[in-house]
Design a protein around this ligand. Structure first.
Ligand SMILES: [Zn+2]
Length: 353
């Protein structure tokens, strides 16, 4: 089987760790603190053994506990996102901090993550795409996984051609998933959603049932929000890649999700998170938009720790993913040194373009 990107990254991390090279980076790259990113907090769900294309979005509850213990042992302070942003704005580096964020609004945030964070007294922020809570968002990446897992052959239109993918082994499933996923990721939002809807209709997958089975309800979100440890932030209405939209539509997605949350929770919403969050989904235009809309800060999925210089770029903050493909505490040591991000970002501390 071809080497996957995660295998290459893992090999790089292992070398960095065992050579102890990462320690040389620490004095200038350890930064003020980190904003950690999570999505699902649950044990890995494999519909078919060996096929788990969305494992990067899953963190096991056991690993989350270990990470929190390790950070505590290292004397790293757990702070809310508001506090992390304030310390970054002021460039305060009295004690290093960690802020936790969970994207999208999944039910396991309520059932699995909340009790863990409560046990540690650790604040966390949940970024909500409002249609997920409505149960009507199109979680196309999970639908695609479900379709490929359940079939030995999948026919989909990719690059203008009807392709039939053999999907009987987990390697074939993985390969078909990657082809269709990345083709869909590159499409304009409307086309992407239409293709996903068509494929779901062909293979009898209900996008609505899928969403409902994954999402928190509004009542659960309100209950979560009543905990002083919890902050709720906006993450668009439809979970869209904003950079693909006209500016007016992007602005409406950001504003409408915030307004809906403010109405449902009866409180201001100050923070935003860009869906997908990579440079192709959120760039300078979106960072400016978040500022114009008076969000106090906004987070991306760009990789990195927080440095003084981010004080000038609070709507383009990087995060550290607690990604299910890398559940090993030695990686936490690496992340805290800043070394992997220095290398990944070609020694740029701030990337806001
Ligand atoms: Zn998201």
């Amino acid at each position: 089987m071809a080497l996957q990107k995660s295998d290459i990254i893992r090999a790089g991390l292992e070398t960095l760790y065992h050579s102890r090279l990462y320690r040389m980076f620490e004095p200038s790259w350890r930064g003020l603190g980190a904003v950690f990113m999570l999505h699902h907090i649950r044990r890995r769900t494999e519909l078919v053994a060996g096929f788990h294309p969305n494992s990067c979005l899953e963190t096991s509850p056991e690993y989350l506990v270990k990470v929190l213990e390790r950070l505590q042992d290292r004397g790293i302070e757990f702070v809310s996102l508001a506090e992390a942003v304030e310390r970054t704005r002021l460039g305060e580096n009295a004690s290093r901090f960690a802020a936790f964020t969970i994207d999208d609004g999944y039910l396991d945030n309520y059932t699995n993550a909340w009790p863990i964070f409560r046990k540690f007294g650790c604040p966390f922020t949940v970024f909500v795409a409002t249609k997920i809570i409505d149960g009507t968002a199109e979680l196309w990446w999970l639908a695609l996984e479900k379709i490929i897992a359940a079939n030995d052959e999948v026919t989909a239109c990719v690059d203008g051609e009807q392709n039939t993918y053999k999907t009987s082994t987990s390697a074939q499933k993985q390969s078909a998933y990657q082809s269709i996923y990345w083709y869909w990721r590159g499409l304009p939002e409307r086309d992407q959603r239409r293709k996903a809807r068509n494929l779901c209709a062909c293979y009898g997958v209900s996008l609505e049932r899928l969403c409902r089975s994954q999402a928190m309800t509004w009542d659960q979100l309100r209950e979560l929000n009543a905990d002083p440890l919890v902050t709720i932030g906006a993450h668009t209405v439809n979970h869209v890649a904003l950079a693909k939209l006209e500016e007016g539509d992007a602005s409406r997605e950001m504003t409408a999700s915030r307004q809906r949350l403010e109405k449902e929770l009866d409180q201001p919403v100050d923070f935003f998170c860009y869906p997908y969050g990579d440079p192709g989904s959120a760039g300078a235009r979106e960072f400016d938009l978040a500022e114009t809309l008076n969000f106090k800060a906004a987070v991306t999925t760009r990789k990195g720790l927080l440095y003084d210089d981010h004080g000038e770029h609070l709507t383009a903050l990087p995060r550290v993913s607690l990604n299910g493909d890398y559940e090993d505490l030695k990686y936490i040591e690496l992340y805290l040194s800043g070394a992997p991000f220095a290398l990944w970002n070609k020694f740029r501390k701030v990337d806001a373009t």
